[in-house]
Design a protein around this ligand. Structure first.
Ligand SMILES: [Zn+2]
Length: 215
């Protein structure tokens, strides 16, 4: 049975594709890096994940591929056409499995790498005490700590996707995952919320990098 993208999903894909192009112009995904996804609103067993190797300045809604997030298989129509989703698809699918996220953004922004280095060797990077923390869903005060899980980079994405599960589940009010020397995954309830969460992380990383807190 062929998979028809619903009008509702198509709108979200357009919205996310437009964000991807903006993020590209801001240095989040040079040299085809970075990957993006949505949980389908009309086929909840499907995640729409960005295609591998696309120049993000040219990214469009046609560059999302439907993947069954439980079996991790791409819809046969797309597989037979020789198309391939991002190498890091498993990370997106795991986030959909264990959180209520509907959108996942993966950025290679340099500040995420530098920030993770401030917490070298630690399982979490802790952020605290800043007003902008209230930009995260459910947070009403600056007076709390958030632990962002940090993992070493690897090319073994299937193993990493298993390892991140307990680390993400253990943290309340956290919407990010750092990979050292690589980048950050950020998620939210919608494209708009994931974007807002990314902006909070970016701002806080800049603050820590400039103030040298975290050592
Ligand atoms: Zn990456």
């Amino acid at each position: 049975m062929s998979f028809i993208i619903s009008a509702q999903d198509h709108e979200e894909m357009k919205k996310l594709a437009s964000l991807v192009r903006v993020m590209n112009s801001l240095g989040h995904n040079p040299a085809t890096s970075g990957n993006y996804s949505l949980r389908s609103k009309t086929s909840p067993e499907i995640a729409l994940v960005s295609e591998s190797g696309i120049d993000k300045s040219k990214f469009s809604e046609e560059n999302f591929l439907p993947i069954y997030w439980e079996t991790r298989q791409m819809h046969p129509d797309y597989k037979n056409a020789g198309r391939k989703s991002s190498d890091e698809t498993d990370i997106h699918l795991t986030i959909y499995q264990i959180t209520k996220a509907n959108c996942v953004l993966h950025s290679h922004m340099v500040d995420a790498l530098l920030f993770a280095d401030l917490f070298y060797g630690k399982p979490y990077a802790t952020i605290e005490g800043l007003e902008l923390l209230k930009g995260f869903r459910g947070i009403k005060t600056h007076d709390l700590k958030i632990n962002i899980p940090c993992f070493d980079n690897t090319q073994d994405i299937a193993t990493l996707a298993e390892q991140i599960k307990p680390a993400i589940l253990a943290q309340k009010n956290n919407y990010g995952l750092l990979l050292r020397g690589h980048g950050i995954y950020v998620w939210g309830d919608s494209v708009e919320e994931a974007k807002r969460h990314l902006e909070v992380f970016e701002y806080i990383f800049k603050y820590y990098l400039n103030s040298r807190r975290g050592y």
